[in-house]
Design a binder for this molecule. Structure first.
Ligand SMILES: Cc1ncc(C[n+]2csc(CCOP(=O)(O)OP(=O)(O)O)c2C)c(N)n1
Ligand SMILES: [Mg+2]
Length: 585
């Protein structure tokens, strides 16, 4: 029977990408573990192959071949000690910046250390034999496949870039004996562009910019993004940590939470991904055919699983370049952002009366924040609650989404407040986050520009929310999952004493009326003579019901009946009755 390519997917990806990057020269050494790679290559005339039984010599041959031809050269050897003999040649390549790709083949990695024949541990690579070393595992699912694609693209980019040098792929092999694949299946090519490279054209179709948590925007960057959006009718998808405040901002969470109502505004041909980690989980609602990542770090951040290009340059440079590639003169309408804003308004206007909760307080207070204030949001329920509602354009907002800890939300707020004593700094956070970090309230640097709102529901209510995995345990979740009942168990006195003794002005509320009363004082734009602590007591069921309501806004009459049934199925009659009574209030 004729032999073609191997059926081993990780090897196919390597082969496909080698061809895409134009890497054809190969020095192969004999063995069993690398058969799937070598046999696939030898039947493909694209590859220019050389045999060398001695791996030490093979690596030096690769050095000479790479230096003379100016092309990258791949090496392939089997398991056992074969790869150890690459070390002298790779050392040579490292110090001469020669593009040599060492592909070593490995047995099942779980067998390392179990006295298995020919299994050695290659997990530690000497500093000066490869610029980077990647473990390419056998592919069992889509995550493995994406991981393999990203790593191989990274490796081949290094080999073909100006600053090249040796790279190592340690490939886990499953000894597949199927060589019947006539046409090599494609794999994702992720191109890297650096300043000075010729940049690709934008694809036709809808473009969105997704901004993860982002440092303060310079005026230049905002202008570049605005210009880009004007030229390409693009939209900037934001949450409260994105901090883009230009006219193309779309706070997408509220609409994204209504899958049946957002039409096609979440269907993107291209998503341009900037910023860092986002706490906006609803961004999963965005369908994007392809993603471009723009960041000076040049890293391959495949957050959404379909990254196809990395632009290693400043965001400002990127957007200015692509804004200049189009023409917005005469354009008066921006249908995409207009559709997004219309969808937001439609959903917002259909929000029913919500129970007294983190979400309700966010909805109410978001409009009242004084101009120019700074807002810090606690992990995770609080950030989610505030992501539904717009805040004034002059208010910047942050959350500790770098590590998602509840351990330092208040300390970060206090730290920020020290940088500008004339500006008001608001923090909103839950009780577990508050008590975790409460000692910072006594730090003697705290100024009167600090105002903290504590949503005290007596537990991590996150884990009792109707759509959380913890919810299936009902009240049992309180014991260990939601950590209920600690820290005074919603004592009306504990925080009051602590705060007042430390010199804070203390406010509290336990229903809408008392909240509306206190929040006016809490949000007064004047600098008061003391910092403030506003304690808001909420109930677990109300918190969960509010989240359910906000995730299931049904203004469209046609959908109402189906939605009612769906609510009953999920929540049961009792909860539905309680929500109904709240909505009627
Ligand atoms: C240091 C740390 N420990 C644990 C967690 C897991 N965690 C995420 S949200 C949360 C609950 C926070 O409770 P609370 O601050 O009261 O907010 P709520 O959910 O009640 O609004 C916990 C424990 C975390 N993020 N950080
Ligand atoms: Mg709580």
């Amino acid at each position: 029977m004729e032999k073609y390519y191997t059926a081993e997917r990780n090897v196919q990806i390597i082969l496909y990408l080698l061809k895409q990057y134009g890497i054809r020269k190969v020095v192969a050494s004999p063995g069993t573990t690398n058969i799937t790679l070598v046999a696939s290559m030898q039947q493909d005339p694209f590859f220019e192959m050389y045999s060398a039984a001695d791996e030490r010599s093979a690596a030096y041959i690769a050095c000479g071949l790479a230096a003379e031809s100016g092309e990258p050269v791949a090496l392939s050897c089997t398991g056992a000690t074969a790869s150890r003999n690459y070390i002298p040649g790779l050392t040579e390549a490292y110090y001469r910046k020669l593009p040599v790709l060492a592909v070593t083949a490995a047995h099942n990695l779980r067998r390392i250390g179990h006295l298995s024949a020919q299994v050695i541990d290659r997990s530690v690579v000497a500093n000066d034999i490869a610029i980077k070393s990647f473990l390419i595992e056998a592919i069992k699912n889509q995550d493995d496949e994406r991981d393999c694609e990203v790593k191989v693209n990274k490796a081949l980019d290094i080999l073909t870039s100006e600053n090249c040098g040796p790279v190592h792929l340690n490939v886990e092999i499953s000894y597949n004996s199927d060589f019947s694949v006539k046409e090599l299946p494609s794999a994702r090519v992720i191109r890297k562009y650096r300043s000075g490279d010729t940049l690709p054209g934008l694809p036709d179709g809808r473009i969105g910019i997704f901004v993860g948590s982002h440092k303060k925007w310079s005026a230049g960057l905002t202008e570049a993004v605005d210009r880009f959006c004007r030229v390409h009718d693009a939209v900037v998808f934001c949450d409260q940590t994105s901090n883009y405040k230009g006219p193309f901002r779309f706070l997408s969470s509220l609409v994204a939470a209504q899958p049946r109502r957002h039409g096609d505004i979440f269907d993107l041909r291209l998503m341009i991904h900037i910023g860092e980690i986002s706490g906006d989980y609803s961004s999963g609602a965005i369908h994007k055919e392809t993603v471009w990542r723009v960041n000076p770090d040049g890293e391959y951040r495949d957050t959404f699983g379909n990254l196809s290009a990395v632009f290693q340059m400043s965001e400002e440079k990127f957007f200015n370049y692509y804004a200049a590639a189009g023409d917005a003169t005469g354009r008066k309408e921006y249908p995409f952002i207009e559709a997004c804003k219309a969808a937001y308004n439609e959903v917002y206007n259909a929000i029913p009366e919500l129970p007294f909760s983190n979400i309700w307080t966010a909805m109410t207070m978001s409009k009242m924040l004084p101009e120019g204030a700074v807002l810090h949001l606690g992990i995770l329920n609080t950030l989610r609650s505030w992501n539904f509602f717009e805040i004034p354009a002059s208010v910047m907002s942050y959350a500790n989404v770098g590590g998602f800890g509840i351990d330092g939300d208040m300390s970060s707020l206090i730290g920020a407040s020290l940088a500008d004593r004339e500006r008001l700094f608001f923090g909103v956070l839950g009780d577990l986050a508050f008590f975790y970090d409460m000692n910072v309230l006594g730090n003697h640097h705290v100024g009167n520009n600090v105002r903290i709102m504590l949503i005290n529901n007596g537990r991590g209510v996150e884990f009792r929310n109707y759509n959380h995995n913890g919810a299936m345990f009902g009240e049992d979740a309180d014991k260990f999952i939601a950590a209920a009942g600690h820290y005074g168990n919603k004592s009306p006195e504990l925080v009051r004493h602590y705060a007042e003794d430390l010199g804070y002005e203390y406010l509290c509320a336990s229903d809408k009326e008392s909240f509306l009363d206190a929040v006016k004082r809490f949000t007064t734009p004047e600098m008061t003579d003391r910092p403030m602590l506003f304690e808001v007591f909420t109930e677990t069921q109300d918190e969960s019901d509010a989240l359910y309501c906000i995730n299931n806004i049904q203004a469209d009459h046609g959908l109402k009946k189906a939605a009612k049934q769906a609510i009953k199925n999920v929540l049961g009659e009792d909860t539905v009755r309680s929500i109904r009574s709240i909505i009627k209030k």
